[in-house]
Design a protein around this ligand. Structure first.
Ligand code: DX5
Ligand code: ZN
Length: 226
């Protein structure tokens, strides 16, 4: 993976047809997705359950771009090697998941992946200040994690603070939750470069009508680029 700050759209397959992941992944990539975002939930850190390592491993051969795995689980460390083996390119853990985020990020990089660190809406930007050199991406959540289709919470001032802290380091800023053509330009203007979108990408389309995905992705990208 090479680094740049161009706008990247990362559809969350949490909004895909759960009986048809391979075809859904192929469809969004063919329609312009830059990364594929996989939401892992444990029914404990968040009130929902999704994909264990074998499911993520099954997605891997379909992903030709970047498999971006967002762990909403606690604890994290015991599962890092399993998600590396499943083929994650980027593995993101929450600072709130504990107990030692510095060790977690080190272990993620040690397992050969890029390391992401996520901040819930209630957690300040300063929580990542002393671990930025351990991170390849900061994920600023714009909903409380757990479900797709929630309303965007404005975190633009936090995004600006994170962007300022990053300076010229090669660290992505990702936004996740309620991203659509209306909210995308707010966060890209503040310095975000990777936009996760679930419902705003999959809405109205299917593997039989994939051009809808393409139109949705383009609408978010056009709005984000201003
Ligand atoms: C929320 C997940 C998101 C979610 C986004 O906990 O991390 O990735 O799927 O869905 P939308 O774009 O519908 O808010
Ligand atoms: Zn996510």
């Amino acid at each position: 993976m090479t680094f740049d700050r161009s706008i990247k759209i990362a559809p969350s397959i949490l909004s895909a047809d759960f009986a048809n992941f391979g075809a859904e992944i192929q469809a969004i990539e063919a329609q312009g997705a830059d990364w594929v975002h996989v939401d892992v939930m444990d029914g404990h850190f968040v009130p929902n359950l999704t994909f264990g390592p074998p499911a993520v491993k099954a997605f891997r051969p379909h992903v030709k771009t970047v498999m971006d795995v967002h762990l909403m689980i606690s604890p994290v460390d015991a599962y890092i090697d399993a998600y590396a083996d499943a083929g994650a390119d980027i593995l993101t853990a929450h600072v709130e998941a504990g107990p030692h985020i510095h060790r977690t990020l080190q272990a993620i990089r040690g397992a050969g992946m890029k390391a992401g660190v996520a901040l819930n809406p209630g957690t300040p930007a300063s929580a990542v200040e002393d671990i930025l050199d351990m991170a390849d991406m900061v994920l600023v959540m714009t909903v409380n994690p757990g479900f797709g289709g929630q309303k965007f919470i404005d975190m633009t001032s936090k995004v600006r603070k994170v962007r300022e802290m990053i300076g010229d380091r090669e660290i992505h800023i990702q936004i996740d939750g309620g991203v659509d053509p209306t909210t995308a330009p707010l966060v890209t203007a503040a310095g975000a470069d990777v936009l996760v979108a679930g419902s705003a990408v999959f809405r109205g389309g299917s593997v039989d009508t994939p051009s809808v995905y393409g139109d949705n992705i383009k609408a978010i990208r056009d709005a984000a680029q201003g």
